[in-house]
Design a protein around this ligand. Structure first.
Ligand code: ANZ
Ligand code: ZN
Length: 803
């Protein structure tokens, strides 16, 4: 037997799989299907990261097993290729972004192929391909026609370095998620998608899908449903100021009000306010801060008191001051609050600083002059609250809402933290938004037969200084005629965000070459929903939520057959550097997957990435354990020499084989590939110990194939087969044979071990004693003595007490 040569073997089988189209999913709608999906990568200039294969290999293993079990498996791959890094690279190096994308894709693809992943490359897609983004634009037009895409003047997050609008989700701790630069507020007219219209359904339908719990929790928290009440306060101007509160029961403790610096009431009252200039100055200052900075809990409270207008608390007709402060956001609730300093931390801090009255209305806590008391439960008792006195918080809330409704000054209200999706980007490398602006007709959708609206060639991709997209400079492209009246009109120059193309890509894989529809009805009926989708936790509140929203919309307009796109969602932990820190260029701890494949082979790399630890947890890279995985590959290889004849399992090995088939199968489904590999290692050990025949070795090769597909294919061929192992059938196990039928246990005489005997599993006490007494060594030990006591611990030990 030759030494295992991974380079030759891996190249050989990758070519055979390709030529024989082993992993092409046929449109054979009679077979049971299995659709496995991993998040398609952004083809960055950095090439593949060792983190990518963790997800891809885990689902590859599941896909390969399902294929061997007779399923028609769809396991596709593509490129999420629009976006800023490519565009920035293009600007810096004067190469067209399409060219940059092409090069990066080629590199990624060869890297993925070198890992032996069983993707169906005939269904490869690329979001920057006009044949693809034609349908992204088509979906946008449907959203527009249903009123779910609209344009709005609004304060947006603006990255000073990318010169681009960011969604709230793309601002992390006040800086740009991508480049880490400062994010400021800027007012711009933006295309928006009304995801908030789907907020409740996006929560409710989580009940019908099999997502890991932390994904569900994060989505729910992000959508942030809150139940409370809206309450109208009259002002000394005779108009009303409406607030949103989750605690209407504390209304007697509302000693002042706060409105957001952007609240329209300010300019309405401008004439009445003696300090209007101070208020305006304060507003300018607030505009420079992000929502994140403004609402930070421990930040020093700032604000200005309105001089000239006051509000009236409706429960006791007391006049109370109105403040402007940046901790109240215009984008949540009504942009105005009733402040209850005794029971809300932020209000308390503000009240202390500005000398506002603090009235306790819920008893049972600390001294409210020293700190706000916020009861965790609803059992606190109301005080100083008129008709609510003596009630629990739980009862007081509906009682107050009833009172407000009766007076016609309030009602119950549900709010969501989720905001509509800012869908405009002032950049070049994205899908053009297919809208035309006509002075007469307004925003006019491009007729569908004019799709795709392709990106024009430009000379420079830099955003303009005033923040307009570079497309704005392309007057030939921008100036067009109105599809509605035929008059002169201008094209929209904003492009879509990177999240657009990934919001529906899983549908296109089902029917990637269709030029009549985004996907045929038959393909949708057959392949929907995705059976198993694995991806990063960081996409939980962005891509995963956006794509659920688009899918629900497509369901509503009758395009897709299911309410939810993904039946099951799992998420992998990050692979960290050898030092336990995130892999990054600056830390110098990046592992290059190409080098691992080169030195140890793809099979070793795959095994290692699965063996590295619990799939859901972060795991540091280890060069020593990768060598252990390589040794395992070699042990499977070298075992070949010891294979004896035999087409049935031997008694010796039968139980462990049935057990291993069961365990490996179940572990793959449960993403416990690490323990599946451990079970395969034990099986190999047993074969070295007790011998292995052909039937047994073949089962080992099948079980190990999803994990280490190349070496097992080669060995299968060496056994004389001319079939492809990856297309063979998965071994089956017999449940009754997975339990040991007999067990060896020790026999002690007066506490000393004298012998061992083989007994049927769980056997009767008497049979155990009889068997022990029949043993030669035991016989000798008890000869001539009286047995005064026998102790049998089932399946463990027999103890004989003699005198
Ligand atoms: C009075 C009160 C008393 C409040 C109390 C809380 C505790 P969630 O649960 O997140 O929905 N609020 C309302 N609109 C706001 C805005 N635009 N900016 C900042 N804060 C706002 O929080 C709702 C609570 O947050 C509301 O209930 C309001 O303060 C505040 F003991 O009203 B509460
Ligand atoms: Zn027109």
């Amino acid at each position: 037997l030759n030494k295992y040569d991974h380079k030759a073997v891996e190249a050989k089988w990758q070519q055979i799989w390709d030529e024989k189209e082993c992993f092409v999913a046929p449109n054979d709608y009679t077979k049971p299907k299995f659709y496995a999906l991993v998040e398609f990568p952004y083809p960055s200039g950095m090439g593949l990261h060792v983190g990518h294969p963790r997800s891809y290999t885990a689902l590859d293993i599941a896909a390969r097993k399902k294929r061997m079990q007779g399923y028609n498996v769809l396991y596709p791959m593509g490129w999420d290729a629009f976006g800023l890094p490519t565009e920035n690279f293009a600007i810096k190096n004067h190469i067209h972004p399409a060219e940059v994308t092409k090069n990066n894709v080629a590199r990624f693809k060869s890297q993925l192929k070198s890992l032996g992943l069983s993707f169906d490359w005939s269904r490869e897609i690329n979001t920057t391909d006009p044949n693809y983004y034609k349908w992204t634009q088509w979906i946008f037009l449907q959203l527009f026609k249903k009123g779910l895409a609209y344009k709005k003047e609004m304060a947006v997050n603006w990255c000073t370095s990318c010169k681009c609008v960011l969604a709230n989700e793309e601002v992390v701790n006040g800086v740009c998620e991508r480049c880490g630069s400062e994010v400021v507020r800027k007012t711009k007219s933006q295309w928006m998608l009304a995801i908030t219209k789907y907020a409740q359904r996006l929560i409710d339908d989580l009940d019908d899908v099999d997502y890991i719990e932390r994904v569900k929790t994060q989505q729910k928290n992000w959508i942030g449903r809150s139940t409370g009440a809206e309450v109208d306060f009259k002002t000394t101007e005779g108009d009303t100021l409406t607030v949103y509160t989750t605690r209407p029961d504390t209304l007697f403790g509302a000693t002042y009000m706060v409105i957001s610096p952007e609240h329209p009431a300010i300019e309405k009252w401008a004439d009445k306010l003696s300090n209007i200039e101070d208020v305006r100055a304060y507003r300018e200052e607030a505009a420079r801060k992000s929502d994140f900075e403004r609402t930070e809990l421990n930040k020093d409270k700032t604000g200005v008191r309105l001089e000239g207008v006051r509000a009236i608390n409706p429960v006791n007709d007391k006049e109370i001051p109105i403040f402007v402060s940046d901790y109240v956001l215009m984008s949540y609730g009504t942009g105005a609050i009733m402040a209850v300093p005794a029971h809300d931390d932020r209000d308390w801090e503000f009240a202390k600083k500005f000398g506002c009255e603090i009235i306790e209305v819920v008893a049972g806590g600390e001294d409210v002059q020293k700190a706000a008391f916020t009861a965790k439960d609803e059992t606190g008792i109301l005080v100083h609250s008129g008709f609510l006195d003596g009630k629990t918080v739980k009862d007081a809330i509906p009682a107050m809402i009833a009172w407000l409704e009766e007076k016609g000054i309030g009602h119950q209200k549900v709010n969501y933290k989720l905001r509509d999706w800012v869908f405009s980007r002032q950049r070049y490398w994205g899908e053009p938004i297919p809208i035309v602006h006509c002075e007469k007709c307004g925003f006019v959708p491009l007729p569908e037969d004019q799709l795709p609206l392709t990106l024009p060639e430009v000379d420079s991709y830099e955003p303009t200084e005033n923040g307009e997209s570079p497309l704005a400079k392309m007057t030939d492209w921008v100036n067009t005629t109105c599809p509605c009246c035929g008059g002169p009109a201008k094209r929209e120059t904003d492009t879509m965000p990177q999240w657009a193309g990934s919001s529906w890509y899983f549908l296109r894989y089902m029917d990637p070459h269709n030029d009549k529809e985004l996907c045929s009805k038959e393909a949708l009926e057959y392949w929907s929903p995705v059976d198993w989708y694995n991806g990063g936790m960081e996409h939980t509140t962005l891509h995963l939520l956006y794509s659920r929203f688009w899918h629900k919309f497509l369901y509503d307009i009758g395009v897709v057959p299911t309410k939810e796109p993904y039946a099951k969602r799992t998420s992998h932990g990050m692979i960290l550097g050898e030092n336990g820190e995130k892999m990054s260029k600056s830390r110098g701890n990046v592992v290059n997957p190409d080098e691992i494949v080169e030195t140890y082979g793809a099979d070793t790399m795959r095994l290692y990435e699965m063996f590295i630890g619990d799939f859901e947890k972060a795991a540091p890279w280890s060069s020593t354990s990768i060598k252990g995985c390589r040794r395992f590959v070699e042990r499977i290889w070298n075992l070949y020499e010891q294979v004896k004849d035999g087409d049935a399992y031997t008694e010796e090995n039968e139980t462990i084989i049935h057990k291993t088939i069961k365990k490996v199968g179940e572990d793959i489904e449960n993403l416990k590939n690490n323990t599946a590999i451990a079970a395969l290692m034990s099986l190999v050990n047993q074969f070295y110990d007790k011998g292995v025949n052909r039937a047994e070795y073949e089962t080992l090769l099948k079980l190990a194939n999803p994990f280490a597909p190349h070496v097992t294919e080669e060995l299968w061929q060496m056994l004389g087969h001319d079939t492809v192992l990856s297309l063979e059938s998965w071994p089956v196990f017999d449940e009754s044979k997975t339990v040991e039928s007999s067990i060896e246990i020790g026999v002690q005489v007066n506490g000393k071990l004298k012998s061992t005997v083989k007994l049927p599993m769980d056997c009767e006490q008497q049979l155990a004693i009889d068997t022990a007494l029949a043993d030669e060594k035991v016989k000798n030990a008890v000869a001539g003595k009286n047995i005064v006591k026998t102790i049998v611990v089932k399946n463990k030990i027999i103890n004989l007490v003699v005198k």
